[in-house]
Design a protein around this ligand. Structure first.
Ligand code: FPP
Length: 261
């Protein structure tokens, strides 16, 4: 993946004491990083603000995460923005989030153009308010020919629903006589997941200290390295991203096998 070293070094000037760009092996940067952005509500409540202010502040962290990922030369950045369970939140918060997704996407389109970022969505978008859906479609259309990093937003996403959907699509093809049951294998199921064609995440970051997957990418995270930080999402910076990558690079990935060298 393309990486502009001058821009990267400038972006990572003024290092804090514990982490510097030089601590990272740029030859072993993960291809796909996925983030569960958690803690917006707590960040706001701790400041005596409305929870919605936490989500608004979270947009700045997300922009920084996208820029960081482009600068580091990732192939894919994916983020969990709204789960199938998040509809249970107060209607006011759901409305705010849907509005925020739409306005943020419009506001960030120039960045996606400038950085050659291609948008993608994981999840069932048919249930979203029309305005949000239309803006998402515009984002997809306007970035379709971009060849740089893929930025995937999981919205109205649930992993069990995703796997059930893939099974249903495959079952329909079997029922129609297009394929036989013994052709159903991992690769066929994978082709029918929202993530089709993308590499599995190498690194999953979860902010705010929660140690659970919350129905996120259950299939795709089979061999992913996890990094959990107590930092709340609105406080998550380019330096926290670097700390996560440094931790990832300290791991020994065996994918169920043994290290041979
Ligand atoms: C989790 O924090 C965060 C969310 C459910 C929404 C994520 C949304 C953003 C980061 C805003 C920008 C996103 C886009 C795609 C423009 P929480 O509300 O669960 O926090 P809590 O656990 O402290 O309550």
């Amino acid at each position: 993946m393309f990486r502009d070293l001058d821009k990267l070094r400038a972006y990572y000037a003024d290092a804090p004491e514990d982490i510097r760009l030089e601590d990272i092996d740029l030859e072993r940067v993960p291809s796909h990083v996925s983030i569960i952005m958690d803690g917006n509500g707590r960040w706001a409540t701790a400041r005596g603000l409305d929870r919605s202010q936490g989500h608004v502040a979270g947009v700045d962290s997300l922009r920084e995460a996208v820029t960081t990922s482009v600068r580091l030369g990732l192939d894919v950045l994916s983020v969990y923005a709204f789960s199938t369970e998040n509809w249970r939140r107060p209607q006011r918060e759901v409305d705010l989030l849907m509005h925020l997704f739409a306005t943020t996407l419009v506001n960030e389109l120039p960045l996606f153009h400038q950085e050659n970022v291609r948008l993608r969505f994981f999840g069932d978008l048919t249930a979203l308010p029309e305005q949000t859906r239309l803006v998402f479609q515009r984002g997809l259309d306007e970035t379709a020919d971009h060849t740089g990093m893929v930025f995937a937003l999981a919205v109205n996403y649930g992993s069990r629903a995703e796997i059930a959907r893939a099974a249903r699509i495959v079952a329909e093809r079997v029922a129609a006589g297009e394929i036989s049951p013994n052709e159903v294998d991992e690769s066929l199921l994978e082709k029918n997941l929202y993530t089709a064609g993308l590499p599995d995440p190498d690194l999953l970051i979860r902010t705010s200290g929660e140690l659970r997957l919350s129905n996120y990418l259950l299939w795709q995270l089979a061999y992913t390295e996890f990094y959990v930080t107590d930092t709340l999402w609105p406080d998550f910076s380019r330096w926290d991203f670097l700390r996560a990558i440094a931790s990832f690079q300290g791991r020994s990935r065996r994918f169920g096998g043994v290290v041979t060298s």
